[in-house]
Design a protein around this ligand. Sequence first.
Ligand SMILES: [Zn+2]
Length: 286
Amino acid sequence: MSKMSDGVFPFQIGNFECIAINDGTFVYTGESFFINAPKKRMDQVLREHNIQSGEITTPWPSLFINTGKHKVLVDTGAGAGTVPSAGKLLEKLKNEGIEVKDIDTVILTHGHPDHIGGTLDTRGKPAFPNARYVMLKDEWDFWMSEPNFMHLKLGDELKQFILMSARKNLPPIQEQLVLIDHETEILPGIVAIAAPGHTPGHMALAISSGGEQLLHISDTVLYPIHMEQPDWYPAFDFAPEQASVTKHKLLNRAAAEKVMVFAFHFPFPCLGYVIEKGKAWQWQPI
Ligand SMILES: [Zn+2]
């Protein structure tokens, strides 16, 4: 039996059977999540959210979707050997009776290490041998070029790690790769939405079945505080102004359509609703 405390949370979107499966957790500094926030105000807001240490622990969850016809995995976690607190995805899939060979579609929302780290197995071969891997073309092109993100206020070691992770994990999937353009239906009921800013080809997804919809916003926002303080952005955002446009578009849509949202780094199981509040929003976890 899966329990939410194990980081495994089954739920239903219409006829689609979904499972949020947490690859593990990671601790980020408040500064990296809110790089432009005034320090005093940030500390105060963190305390209001019961975060005393100034550090934010977030999950790294994949979303498994069984549409009835297709078995789909959205993002692959950090992979084995990255950090001791993660790399649990494959074991948890197995516990749920899901074999890697049964996954026919792997959707990568963007090329950051916590989303593509489990793309390969320990031999460096695609971990999901029968899957087509799907990414937005802009994202693939970005990482396959000479990406310059030296303007980001992240440590040099971390920037190097992000770059090396993409260089290692992405090229070996090329033969199984399908690159798509904006607003493409990947499978019946699963539509890609270009959500640029966090990275150049960052992708959100509208997942619909039986009159119900789930909006997977991946890293459009990293923490509920990014909804309440809409001007604060993380150091990881490649193009903060573009990210802000994307954020307004997606969160306004989620609030207007009252659809359930999956937000990758939010407290597990990362599911909830977005409510408009003045010129900002508020997160209502399920
Ligand atoms: Zn992320």
